[in-house]
Design a protein around this ligand. Structure first.
Ligand code: SF4
Length: 407
């Protein structure tokens, strides 16, 4: 393939990047990507092992632009964490509490309703809701919370519950996951956020999160949801005890599941944030590692439509850069987030739509407001929080990263 090669779909790999890939011994991978061929585990290994991040990012950018051109997506959303009580005890989690701890809480459906009413003036399109694995809650609680949400905002998309929470409900209420999902869907559930995946290998499960489902169960619940018409995302928490082989296992497992169901919307690499966790002795992943993971995620997950650079985890500035390393989505305005805040995140809890738009435009991309299912939303309406509502600008230095997305 010659320098300045044009990939299928019209996206161009700059000649200098093409040469850099050749010099780095990645010419074969470059040619496969430009031809639209699937990368193998061996290719993935080679990408992780290669120090030329800029060349790898340029290759991922070709894939990103082939799919989305210059578009960069965001959503106006509200996060609600309905309980922090959890029996799973994951080592990387700073959010959970035991039921007896004094700051343990469970929001009632009325509490959830109140939180939503506080933001009725904001054009929130999505509620993102996750919580701990709390066996004290009856099934009606989950249904009532969703019904309360739809009562307050009938038009809102409820994206709620990780595969872990669904599996725990199935176990607690002695019902198949498909029945749990169907009833939640009837109550108003629109999709699943895709958290709780962590690293989908036996090694990570044994070391980090033995108290919750393993990768077999996670994938099975995801595929069940997809077959019921519930789309989801898929996260990957990286930068702790996992190996490169673990990361490749994780992505290849997701890719194979996606071949079966086509139900995943976005891959969301989550940068580990060790503060206030039982892994506080570990270092945070660097910005370089964050960008490398975004790029390799884009290259390996050829059947995932979107790669999300979740600004709360990555910091706004790294997420902004990630828009040139394979990512096409920054997530949302995220009104009220508790899980990450517990883990010491200093990113502002409220980032106005205007600020997200600015981040995208500063990166030379075209902001596209989306709904949960990645349909573009018509422009021309009022912004979510207005210029006066803009929170502090993104921190200049590296920000602590959050630990988990909840269950
Ligand atoms: S990550 Fe989720 S399942 Fe694990 S302890 Fe935290 S809240 Fe519980």
């Amino acid at each position: 393939m010659s320098p300045g090669a044009v990939a299928a779909g019209g996206a161009v790999l700059p000649g200098i990047a093409s040469l850099a890939l050749e010099r780095a011994g990645l010419g074969d991978i470059r040619d496969k990507v430009l031809a639209g061929e699937r990368l193998t585990r061996v290719d993935g290994r080679a990408l992780y092992a290669n120090p030329d991040l800029v060349a790898i990012g340029a290759l991922a950018n070709v894939v990103r632009e082939r799919r989305h051109g210059d578009a960069a997506y965001y959503i106006v959303n509200q996060h609600i964490n309905y309980t922090n009580v959890c029996v799973a005890g994951c080592k990387f989690c700073a959010f959970y509490r035991t039921a007896k701890q004094k700051d343990a809480y469970v929001l009632t459906p009325a509490d959830v309703e109140t939180r939503m009413r506080q933001h009725l003036d904001d054009p929130v399109r999505e509620i993102h809701m996750v919580g701990g694995v709390n066996p004290a809650l009856p099934f009606d609680y989950y249904l009532d919370v969703i019904r309360a949400m739809k009562r307050v905002r009938p038009e809102v998309h409820v994206k709620a519950f990780t595969m872990v929470e669904i599996a725990a409900m199935a176990e607690n209420f002695e019902l198949p996951p498909a029945t749990i999902l169907s009833r939640l869907k009837e109550a108003g559930l629109g999709s699943l956020p895709g958290g709780g995946a962590e690293i989908l290998t036996d090694h990570a499960h044994q070391v980090l999160f033995k108290g919750k489902i393993d990768h077999r169960a996670w994938i099975e619940v995801a595929k069940t949801a997809h077959r019921l018409g519930l789309k989801s995302n898929a996260t990957m928490l990286y930068g702790h005890v996992e190996t490169i082989e673990d990361r490749l296992d994780h992505m290849i497992l997701l890719r194979e599941a996606q071949d079966e169901t086509d139900g995943f919307m976005a891959f969301i690499p989550l940068s580990f944030h060790p503060e206030n966790t039982r892994l506080a002795h570990l270092s945070k992943p660097s910005a370089i590692e964050d960008l490398r993971q975004v790029a390799i995620g884009r290259l390996m997950l050829d059947n995932f439509p979107h790669i999300k650079a979740y600004w709360i985890m990555m910091t706004p500035r790294v997420a902004q850069a990630a828009l040139h390393f394979g990512a096409d989505d920054l997530d949302g305005t995220v009104v009220t987030e508790e899980i990450f805040h517990r883990a010491g995140a200093v990113s502002p809890q409220k980032v106005a739509e205007r600020r997200l738009v600015d981040l995208i435009e500063e990166a030379g991309r075209v902001p596209v407001e989306r709904d949960t299912l990645y349909n573009a939303v018509a422009p021309g309406r009022e912004t979510a929080l207005g210029v006066d509502g803009i929170a502090a600008p993104p921190p200049a230095g590296p920000a602590p990263r959050p630990a988990s997305l909840g269950a």
